[in-house]
Ligand binder design. Structure first.
Ligand SMILES: [Fe+2]
Ligand SMILES: [Fe+2]
Length: 496
């Protein structure tokens, strides 16, 4: 069954390639605080007698302070058990068959799981000591702090132990950013925006915690952050997606009439946090389309494209209102957006390369995935009002994706090589970004429109291969390299 045929044909038409053949069908390979033990070694600990004395270390291993922060006093040996059931070989989709197929990390195990698309096999990796992880990585034990992984994981580490952070501690940041679980170790400093979750007013801001959201920089900073990895069109400023913090207000709600009475309180609260984050991302998309409209004007785009971009901003406004209403009903209190502050007023860059790269990653890829995900979620949502809201969003996202492909087609034809090179770079980055499964989110609840992580990863790769790749290949001048999304396993600790 070719369930993405309609979406593919719509976007091929938008890209100006109505006569192109559709993607050939193919089998989609689905990808799919431990107790400290004896210190393994002291490797990685700086020993600088001139440095200020670190916070006194009461013992070895992972330490949890009264304010909830977790830091690493010394290396520990983790339990590397992966308790998930081994792949039987009879699952519907097989990314691996035996443990021998899992070679991308330490102690690979081919495990069996069940997701939206049925049973599948995928690789999981665990570690016992830092020595099994890559350079600048450490092994984080299962159950440490806020880590949700079901086994130990290798995580990017800007410090290994407290002694690497003179006068401070080497803190563990573990949080779900909306696409995967980011696990990082970084020094805490007095210049950080927050010192603990309490600084982020967690009661008023569900899902927000004091974490290290930027894991790419060499000097990561602790700040209040929640779900930031967006499907759709995020508002990206200085390389990071931005969204407003939640505020207690009810003037950003469009009635969704969701029935929440039968849901347990814990499920309601977690789902509320999820939809509050979704709403904030939809709200930020309004600013993103406003910026895109200005970029199109700056580049001399046709009136039709500028008009569509403005209409898309109004769609996003309605998406935000629907999502804030769903979040408010689930939470039992009014939730709306706070100010977007300087993010909404950030300078508008209008260079051809930066506009094309953002267009490809956020629009051609992000909105295409968003349209397919919205369709899937509306199909499985049990509540009719929720299903209707998701279907409305999915239909709009499909138009936004079509706008993106039309705009890319125009930019390639108008600006030639600089636009083509930028598009190639952006498609490659997007392929790498979605080649791994997201880590499990705060709640997997298909009836509430929250897919399990493996199912979401598999769906995204399916859409990349069956919709994005043929649309890309249909655009003149673009290569077919990287056109097929490689199936992959869960990220090891932190990944894209
Ligand atoms: Fe949207
Ligand atoms: Fe959108």
């Amino acid at each position: 069954m070719d369930r993405h045929r309609s979406l593919r044909m719509t976007l091929l038409l938008a890209a100006g390639a109505a006569g192109c053949s559709s993607a050939k069908s193919r089998d989609i390979a689905v990808v799919t605080l431990a107790e400290p033990q004896a210190a393994a070694d002291d490797a990685g600990a700086a020993d600088d007698p001139a440095a200020p004395a670190p916070r006194p270390q009461r013992s070895a291993g992972w330490m949890q302070e009264a304010d909830g922060t977790v830091h690493r006093a010394s290396p520990v040996r983790c339990d590397a058990t992966i308790a998930q059931r081994a792949c039987a070989g009879t699952e519907r989709s097989l990314q691996c068959r035996t443990d021998a197929d899992c070679t991308e990390g330490p102690r690979g195990k081919c495990v069996s799981s069940f997701g939206q698309i049925g049973p599948y096999c995928g690789c999981e990796y665990a570690c016992e000591t830092d020595a099994e992880c890559g350079p600048s990585e450490v092994c984080v034990c299962k159950g440490t702090g806020a880590l949700r992984e079901e086994h130990s994981v290798c995580a990017k580490a800007l410090c290994a132990v407290d002694a690497d952070c003179p006068g401070s501690t080497c803190g563990l940041s573990a949080y779900f950013n909306g696409c995967w679980e980011q696990v990082t170790l970084a020094c805490r400093t007095k210049d950080d925006a927050c010192q603990s979750d309490a600084d982020c007013a967690p009661d008023a801001n569900p899902g927000v915690a004091c974490v290290v959201p930027d894991i790419e920089g060499e000097s990561a900073r602790w700040e209040c952050a929640g779900i930031s990895c967006a499907i759709g069109r995020p508002l990206v400023v200085e390389g990071a997606p931005r969204a407003a913090q939640p505020a207690a207000r009810d003037d950003w709600r469009a009635p969704a009439a969701l029935d929440v009475a039968s849901l347990p309180p814990e499920v309601r609260e977690r789902a509320a946090a999820h939809y509050a984050a979704v709403a904030a991302l939809e709200h930020a998309s309004i600013a993103s389309f406003a910026r895109f409209s200005l970029q199109l004007l700056a580049l001399g785009a046709p009136a039709a494209l500028v008009g569509e971009a403005h209409r898309a901003a109004l769609d996003e406004l309605e998406h935000a209102r629907l999502a804030y209403d769903i979040a408010s009903r689930l939470a039992g209190r009014a939730i709306g957006p706070g100010p977007l502050l300087d993010a909404a007023a950030a300078p508008v860059g209008a260079g051809v390369a930066e506009v094309v790269e953002a267009l490809v990653e956020e629009g051609c890829v992000g909105e295409t995935l968003g349209a397919a995900e919205g369709r899937e979620l509306s199909r499985i949502a049990a509540d009719p009002a929720l299903a209707a809201a998701l279907a409305r969003i999915a239909a709009d996202e499909e138009r936004h994706a079509a706008l993106s492909w039309r705009a890319l087609s125009w930019m390639l034809a108008t600006f030639g090589e600089p636009a083509r090179a930028a598009a190639e770079r952006a498609f490659s980055r997007a392929a790498a970004r979605f080649a791994v499964d997201p880590a499990p989110g705060p709640l997997a609840h298909e009836a509430l429109g929250l897919l399990p992580a493996h199912a979401l990863g598999a769906l995204r790769r399916e859409v990349l291969a069956e919709v994005v790749a043929p649309c890309r290949a249909a655009l003149p001048g673009l290569s077919r390299d990287n056109a097929r999304a490689a199936p992959s396993s869960s990220p090891r600790g932190a990944s894209a």
